[in-house]
Design a protein around this ligand. Structure first.
Ligand SMILES: C[S@@+](CC[C@H](N)C(=O)[O-])C[C@H]1O[C@@H](n2cnc3c(N)ncnc32)[C@H](O)[C@@H]1O
Length: 218
């Protein structure tokens, strides 16, 4: 990476080798296709957070991606991953498989509860001077994503935010554009606060909202 740059930049060749040779053999390309794996790794390498808080955990693929990235690039990131309690009815809850891909990794702490609520508790406990990346990948309804995104924006003003399932397609596609709409509405309220990077070629879609002031070296 060129540390004198004014824009988001990573070394695409180094990230490509890591994604192809390390990540894909461990996590495959579902639910995160290559371009999303690429954006996740790039966000971590460029923003260098001290903490990542993500929900939902599911099997632990995204948590494992963050863990492997931190390890490969020597970043020493504490990763917190939240999923709903076992007795909560949610069509995607993984039951006993929750977090199987990160069990036993001491850099990854698993929590159960509502993602936003646990995230804010962790943020309050840690205190301000730390950089944090939040990954929102829980319930993908418009109402849930809007609540979570606006909650993070209001209570964690310095956090950078990554969101999943954010692809936009016209109404007749029948796709869930709730996350895309939630982001558009939140951005309309704070138009200059974040820069945005998205994978826009197809489903499921990922969006990074980052703040230049939090980019190391800028
Ligand atoms: C699409 S899966 C997440 C995929 C996961 N990040 C991965 O790496 O494969 C959605 C998960 O979010 C969880 N979930 C739904 N609502 C949540 C909430 N409010 N807080 C925490 N987790 C939630 C579900 O139980 C499910 O495990």
């Amino acid at each position: 990476m060129n540390i004198d740059c004014d824009e988001f930049e990573v070394n695409n060749w180094i990230v490509s080798e890591f994604v192809a040779n390390t990540l894909v053999p461990i996590v495959g390309v579902h639910p995160f296709p290559l371009n999303e794996l690429f954006l996740m790794v790039s966000a971590v390498c460029r923003l260098k957070p001290n903490f990542i808080v993500e929900w939902g955990t599911h099997l632990g693929k995204s948590a494992r991606i963050f863990y492997e990235t931190s390890k490969r690039f020597g970043l020493d990131i504490a990763i917190h991953s939240v999923d709903l309690p076992d007795d909560t009815a949610h069509q995607e809850h993984p039951g006993l498989q929750r977090g199987v891909l990160v069990k036993g990794l001491h850099e990854v702490t698993l929590h159960q509860g509502d993602g936003l609520t646990v995230c804010l508790e962790i943020h309050n406990r840690i205190g301000k001077p730390n950089s944090m990346l939040v990954f929102i990948d829980g319930d993908h309804t418009h109402a849930s994503v809007k609540r979570e995104l606006t909650g993070v924006m209001a209570h964690m003003p310095d956090a950078n935010i990554l969101l999943h399932d954010t692809f936009y397609q016209s109404e007749k596609s029948g796709y869930n554009v709730g996350p895309y709409t939630a982001i558009a509405e939140a951005m309309a309220v704070a138009p200059n606060r974040y820069r945005r990077l998205s994978t826009d070629t197809g489903l499921p879609g990922m969006t990074l909202l980052y703040q230049l002031t939090t980019v190391p070296g800028l």
